[in-house]
Design a protein around this ligand. Structure first.
Ligand code: DGL
Length: 273
């Protein structure tokens, strides 16, 4: 009996926050983690570049016959899902800002969505807010540097608390909620998969307590549901990774190892420049 192959895709290391949750839920599946480190950060790429890169990568993965794929990147998911679903017969699970759970969670009615500048700009994000959070205040905060800081921290580099604080502080805002009364943002959506990986650093610089919403557990549930046709098999499946720019091999290999993934290749030649 074959194990299902689950592909997880991100621009870099961020998708590892999703991989961790998904693998825990179905550790018998085979996994292929694909990091388009040659295009990182997606937050600063234009929409057509992102669509072109992701489509090309998934075309090259066709022969691996995935059972399903998770786009473990908000910046890409808010753009590419319709294109991928049109081109491939297997299911794609997206990672999009968890606006609905945040709107359900807040008690002050004040919420922030912390994302890359790309996700901030998308119609997809605006539509989610209109559909699920029109009854609460939502501020979308686009951080230009936080995903890069997360990559640096995971790679063993140093990032000052002050630098992290500068990116996060706009999410901690207050609003007038009645005569002489102000309310604080109490719920922050982690709308970039890199951010849960440095949540401890975000919490340290937070000026007050807030609930941070990580979409990974919900994505893991969705994957389990989609894999229900595949009987659970004894033992762990294999977990491998590829990156698109082989210059990252030395940096990525030990990080992937920590997450139980073995880096098998850099495939720069298959990704458009
Ligand atoms: N991890 C990605 C996301 O969830 C984006 C990081 C980047 O800017 O490439 O949006």
């Amino acid at each position: 009996m074959k194990r299902p192959l689950v592909v997880l895709f991100d621009s870099g290391l961020g998708g590892l926050s999703v991989f961790k949750a998904v693998r825990k839920a179905r550790d018998d599946a085979d996994y292929l983690y694909v990091a388009d480190n040659g295009g990182f950060p997606y937050g600063s790429l234009g929409p057509s570049d992102i669509v072109r890169r992701v489509i090309t990568i998934f075309d090259t993965l066709q022969s691996s016959r995935p059972a399903l794929a998770v786009i473990a990147c908000n910046t890409a998911s808010t753009l590419v899902l319709p294109f991928l679903r049109q081109r491939h017969a297997y299911p794609f699970v997206g990672t999009v800002p968890a606006v609905k759970p945040a709107a359900e969670n807040t008690t002050t009615g004040i919420v922030a969505v912390l994302s890359t500048p790309g996700t901030l700009d998308r119609d997809y994000t605006r539509n989610l807010i209109n559909e699920f959070a029109s009854h609460v205040h939502v501020r979308v905060v686009g951080s230009a540097n936080l995903a890069g800081y997360a990559e640096r921290i995971l790679s063993g580099g140093l990032v000052d608390d002050e630098d992290i604080k500068r990116e996060v502080m706009p999410a901690f805002y207050e609003m007038d909620i009645g005569e002489m009364d102000t309310g604080r943002c109490d719920t922050i959506v982690l709308a970039c998969t890199h951010y849960p990986l440095i949540l401890d650093r975000l919490q340290v610089v937070a000026p007050w307590h807030a609930d941070w919403i990580d979409p990974a557990p919900a994505i893991a549930c969705r994957v389990v549901d989609l894999l229900r046709e595949w009987p659970v098999m004894p033992g762990n499946g294999n977990a491998r990774a590829i990156i698109t720019d082989p210059d990252g091999v030395r940096r990525f290999r030990p990080i992937f190892q920590r997450f139980g993934l073995s880096l098998i290749a850099g495939k720069a030649e298959e990704v458009p420049a």
